[in-house]
Design a protein around this ligand. Structure first.
Ligand SMILES: C[S@@+](CC[C@H](N)C(=O)[O-])C[C@H]1O[C@@H](n2cnc3c(N)ncnc32)[C@H](O)[C@@H]1O
Length: 276
């Protein structure tokens, strides 16, 4: 009888072993320039002026905050995240690209968005569906109330959402190709009773190696009308929905239009702007 050696769990090989999950995430998921273009538009459409102070809730590695301070000499950004790991990565890889003067206008805060203090923001942003972490109405309204208090008298809260019939599927994969790797979004679980859901981001490489479950999200899939009702309950005077357009293949084109109603797209993305 021979004894088999126990294989270490999740051992990474090949390109996956050398990969940096935060760098891959930033390449595949984020476009800070486009986010800021939208924040500026949402602010300008409400107050006909330029926003100066950004509070980036759930900032992760703070790519958007770093871009913010690059886009205006008087702009200040406050990035807030609970997790020290992406913040440290952001310091090493994003903040390090800023000039000394730009760094002075940026602050990362390791803390909870529900309690972290910052100067009142012109734009309070919570991107990549981050508020879906709050699973009850009470929790979301509490967060929106605190966000409302963290915004200046002339201020907006910008959040993004996704949904549509495809987001109710289980074991559903979406793949996108990037330079040197593939990004895979997995919808692993959707519970129609609670709307609780689990998603993963995986990365795969040409040599067959994988960074499996690089990121995991346990969320509640909220609907747009629920969110607008909660924004109103939290004190926002109005909320607007900006719907992403589609190209000829039916894929999102990154262009957003203010809408009152929208087609039943099986996989939609929208910005919701709460106006103070
Ligand atoms: C989906 S990621 C979004 C990262 C980034 N905003 C983006 O657009 O890619 C959510 C982030 O929220 C952070 N987070 C979760 N709950 C939080 C809380 N209560 N307060 C602060 N950060 C939180 C996590 O650590 C994680 O970095």
């Amino acid at each position: 009888m021979s004894k088999r050696r126990k294989e270490p769990q999740n051992r990474l090989t090949g390109k996956a072993a050398k990969a940096d999950k935060y760098a891959l995430y930033q390449d595949a998921v984020q476009c800070p320039e486009a986010e800021i273009e939208f924040f500026d538009r949402a602010y300008r459409e409400n107050y006909a002026s330029e926003p100066k102070i950004l509070r980036e809730d759930f900032c992760g590695a703070g790519a958007v905050s770093c871009q913010w301070v690059k886009t205006g000499d008087t702009r200040k950004a406050y990035g807030i995240d609970l997790d020290p790991e992406p913040l440290a990565w952001g310091m090493a890889h994003n903040v390090s690209t800023l000039s000394t003067e730009q760094r002075e206008r940026l602050k990362f805060i390791e803390g909870n968005v529900l309690s972290a203090k910052s100067p009142k923001a012109d734009v309070l942003a919570a991107q990549n569906f981050s508020f879906f972490i709050f699973k009850t109405r009470e929790e979301v309204v509490d967060y929106f109330r605190k966000a409302h208090a963290n915004i200046a008298a002339k201020g907006v809260m910008v959040i993004d959402m996704f949904g549509g019939s495809e987001s109710y599927l289980e074991d559903h994969l979406e793949r996108r190709k990037y330079d040197g790797f593939k990004y895979v979004w997995e919808q692993a679980r959707f519970d129609p009773v609670t709307h609780h859901c689990t998603f993963y981001i995986h990365f795969t490489f040409k040599d067959g190696s994988k960074l499996d479950k690089a990121f995991r999200y346990d969320w509640r899939l909220w609907s747009i009308p629920e969110v607008r009702e909660m924004l109103a309950e939290a004190g926002f005077s109005r909320s607007d929905v900006y719907w992403e357009g589609t190209d000829d293949d039916g894929e999102g084109n990154g262009e957003y239009e203010l809408v009152e109603s929208a087609p039943s797209d099986p996989a939609w993305v929208a910005y919701i702007v709460g106006v103070k």
